[in-house]
Design a protein around this ligand. Structure first.
Ligand SMILES: O=[N+]([O-])c1ccc(O[C@@H]2O[C@@H](CO)[C@H](O)[C@H]2O)cc1
Length: 805
């Protein structure tokens, strides 16, 4: 009879299998490659090829052991001295609490650096910053791993584009633009994994959620159940580029599929998506890189998707499609049955385990105590450098949206400032979701108090819905005593988070009432809008509000960053990474409409800056400075280019990666304040299939500290892919037509025109799904069979089947 072991029992097993074990932690330490049972196995031979090493290990497992190694709670193989291993580790914006990551209550490893949420770091438009952040995260992750407090793979980044302003997890992403996401994620993976293709991978990053996942719970549509309908054109143009960047261009170690189904097929059971697109079309290797399910999404293939009639059928469908690891227990429970029924074979199981263990080999897991990164300790965590980068990341991501000249604020000992609002004394709010324990949390109030000014503080109106006003009096008292009023408020993760989409993008609760009354004092008033975007129209229309800043979730030093910007210690240069829509947008289009272009039949006004046909409150890319800039583009090499010549001169395997032109942009600071400047390059033109995007971001570069009166040069590298558009079936095509390159936004600072001549050329032929596209009409967004068995949800079991030997 097969024995059932509880996870607790499995965790205890670690003590008997591992050379180094860490009592009370989720990880089992490293295998003993010197004296342990594996010491003569090739997996312990550092000079052997990583794949051969992993293959030797996998061939030492029995079938029962193999099947039991397919869940995130890996029990290891005690008889071989293979320790338990927890694959589920998180590090969205710093090493984060998760099943595989544990923080100590006191002493060493009680904290890790907590950077801003990606939505704030996205606003920095600074890829070098992102690599620097990721290098710190991976260093700290390694230090945690060395002490049994984290694994070696991390389920980050979340790079689903922030398509709809209601999405509760938009804060986890760098924004709405697919080119921006692709560039950002490349920089991030470089820092997390320790290079393009390092001999020893620092940590394995995981691009999630592949693909088309961006609804939590909206109008009864749950993420576990949704069957999103996306055309091939929209997939290639918008939903997939960031994932292509991960797989094809950044060599990321792992992917995660989604809870939802895409065009009728749950993504974790979709061989077209996981094999034809990911592995074959994007050249993601078969032996080294693995796909994990989302947590319990294998179970969702059975229910509520009803994609398989049996539980073992659901598990087999996922494994056979290319989902190598189950975050959950469905594989461990049901693959034995699937195996005995012949639904899966050993070759497929071996392939998945080979991918998983090659990834551990690549991180030096079997290389002993002298391996690279093993010397990292708690002294490498939260270093002065890490603290500085966390502050810089927050400063770079803050966006100035309105300023009548009040900012930067001069602060002296006699300045009287009221710091009011639900975010005035924000601590935990600043780090959003997927957090660890930060070394400190410096609130706006803390930062204001450090400035030497006289500070009067009051909490806010209870911004997320408190209907009472009996605690409002301190707001008026503080405002009356002060000369300047700062209101810090907005959203927090009590209303936007995983499992929770928003219904409104209005300011929440009674905040507008409170802000309006504060502004009516007639004193200079500044609003810091935190959390994700809200319709700020009322604040723009109120002439008593002098300045408005957006800060998102700015991390452990967010308050200091905000105050540094307000006082001009640091000049603002962040740009909105998403469109700020008017509040009626959410009534104009259901969240479940995945289409991007305006549509007269459905009434959709379109999505993102590329297609929205209404008037945005603030455009994607908007951001003010404390100075003025001009930007002049150097002439292109030609005014007309022949498509045939461009493509025949291109020797890349993937033609869209071929260089087109490097455009120099001379940026001149015409004011007196030293400031960063984000150079955004957009391409526009009426070519390819209509309706055309209004413009598309094709390159960006953040220039640093340009002194007043000085100039700096940005280089915008354009590729053939920058010029291409996507046809109706997803092919990437270069079309003849008139093109315009624009710098900056609102208003464009400069424009260069050029022409492409000749016949269209396909740069990338898209692999069609077997069905040839969506089978469900766009009006029927969701799978009809939801809950038809009446069994959903099934509680996840905490027991793991240990098959017989
Ligand atoms: O059961 N839980 O505690 C639990 C917690 C988080 C959770 O979310 C999923 O797990 C994350 C794994 O990285 C994915 O990004 C997210 O979709 C799914 C399940």
């Amino acid at each position: 009879m097969a024995a059932l072991l509880s996870l607790t029992a499995l965790a205890l097993l670690g003590g008997s299998v591992s050379a180094q074990t860490f009592q009370g932690t989720a990880q089992g330490g490293f295998p003993d490659c010197v004296n342990g049972p594996l010491s003569n196995n090739t997996v312990c031979d550092k000079s052997a090829d990583p794949i051969a090493r992993a293959r030797a290990l996998v061939s030492a497992f029995t079938v029962a052991e193999k099947l039991n190694l397919t869940g995130n709670n890996s029990p290891g193989v005690p008889r071989l001295g293979l320790p338990i291993y927890q694959w589920w580790n998180e590090a969205l914006h710093g090493v984060a609490e998760s099943p595989g990551v544990t923080f100590n209550a006191t002493g060493e490893f009680r904290y890790a650096t907590s950077f801003p949420q990606p939505i704030t770091m996205g606003a920095a438009f600074d890829d070098e910053l992102i690599t620097a952040v990721a290098e710190i995260v991976s260093t700290e992750a390694r230090a945690f791993n060395n002490h049994g407090r984290a694994g070696l793979d991390f389920w980050t980044p979340n790079i689903n584009p922030y398509r709809d302003p209601r999405w509760g997890r938009g804060q986890e992403t760098p924004g709405e633009d697919s080119f921006h996401l692709s560039s950002y994620v490349h920089a991030l993976i470089l820092g997390l994994q320790g290079g393009e293709d390092p001999e020893i991978r620092k940590v394995t990053a995981t691009c999630k959620h592949f693909a088309g996942y961006d609804i939590e719970s909206w109008n009864g549509n749950l993420r576990y159940q949704n069957d999103v309908q996306i055309s091939q054109r929209d997939l290639v143009e918008y939903y997939l580029p960031s994932f292509r960047s991960c797989a094809r261009d950044s060599n990321v170690g792992a992917f995660m599929c989604t809870y939802s189904a895409l065009n009728g097929v749950p993504t974790c059971a979709d061989p077209w998506l996981l094999n034809d697109v990911l592995r074959e079309h994007w050249g993601w290797t078969n032996e080294e890189q693995w796909v994990t399910s989302d947590c319990d999404s294998i179970q969702n293939i059975y229910l509520p998707h009803n994609f398989s009639d049996t539980r073992q059928g659901a598990a087999a469908a996922a494994l056979n499609a290319g989902t190598d690891l189950d975050c959950g227990t469905y594989y461990q429970h049901h693959l034995p049955q699937a195996y005995s029924e012949g639904l899966i074979n050993q070759t497929t199981v071996d392939q998945s385990l080979l991918r998983l263990y090659t990834s551990l080999v690549r991180t030096g897991y079997f290389d002993g105590p002298d391996a690279m990164y093993r010397n990292l300790t708690f002294s490498d965590v939260s270093t002065p450098h890490a603290q500085q980068v966390a502050l810089t990341a927050a400063e770079e991501g803050i966006v100035l949206l309105k300023n009548d000249g009040l900012l930067p604020l001069t602060v002296t000992n006699s300045t009287k400032i009221a710091v009011i609002g639900d975010w005035a004394n924000a601590t935990q709010q600043m780090i959003g979701n997927y957090f660890g324990v930060p070394p400190y949390l410096h609130s706006p109030l803390y930062a204001a108090q450090q400035s030497g000014a006289q500070i009067f503080n009051a909490g806010g109106p209870g911004g997320q819905g408190d209907p009472t006003t009996d605690h409002w009096l301190p707001m008026w008292t503080a405002a009356e005593k002060a000369d300047i009023i700062i209101y810090a408020g907005g959203l927090d993760i009590s209303v936007e988070a995983e499992g929770m989409d928003r219904e409104t993008i209005h300011w929440t609760g009674a905040q507008l009432d409170a802000i309006g009354e504060l502004a009516s004092y007639g004193k200079p008033t500044i609003v810091a809008q935190m959390g994700d975007q809200l319709d700020n129209t009322p604040l723009l229309q109120n002439s008593n509000i002098s300045a408005l800043l957006w800060g998102g979730y700015p991390g452990q030093d967010g308050g200091v960053a905000l105050f540094n910007i307000i006082t001009g210690k640091t000049a603002p240069a962040g740009r909105l990474p998403v469109t700020q829509y008017p509040a009626h947008y959410v009534a104009d289009i259901p969240m479940t409409d995945m289409t991007l272009r305006p549509n007269e039949t459905t009434g959709s006004p379109g999505r993102t800056y590329k297609w929205y046909n209404g008037t945005a409150v603030f455009e994607f890319g908007y951001g003010m400075h404390y100075t003025n800039f001009t930007a002049d583009v150097s002439p292109m090499a030609a005014s007309s280019y022949d498509i045939a010549a461009l493509t025949s001169n291109c020797n890349e395997t993937y033609k869209d990666k071929c260089a087109f032109e490097s455009v120099s942009v001379n940026v001149h600071n015409t004011g007196s304040v030293s400031s960063d400047y984000v150079t955004l390059g957009f391409l526009a033109g009426q070519f390819g299939p209509s309706p055309y995007p209004k413009k598309s971001l094709v390159s960006y570069q953040r220039l640093h500290s340009i002194a007043g009166g000085a100039s700096a040069t940005a280089t915008l590298n354009l590729t053939l892919g920058s010029l291409a558009r996507i046809d109706d079936v997803g092919n990437t095509v270069l079309y003849p037509g008139d093109y315009a390159l624009m710098i900056d936004t609102m208003p464009e600072k400069t424009m260069v025109n050029f022409t492409l001549t000749g016949s269209p050329v396909t740069l990338d032929l898209w692999p069609q799904p077997p069905s040839g596209g969506p089978t469900i009409p766009p009006s029927d967004y969701f799978y009809g069979g939801y809950g038809s068995r009446g069994e959903f949800p099934i509680a996840a079991t905490t027991e793991v089947l240990e098959p017989e030997e």
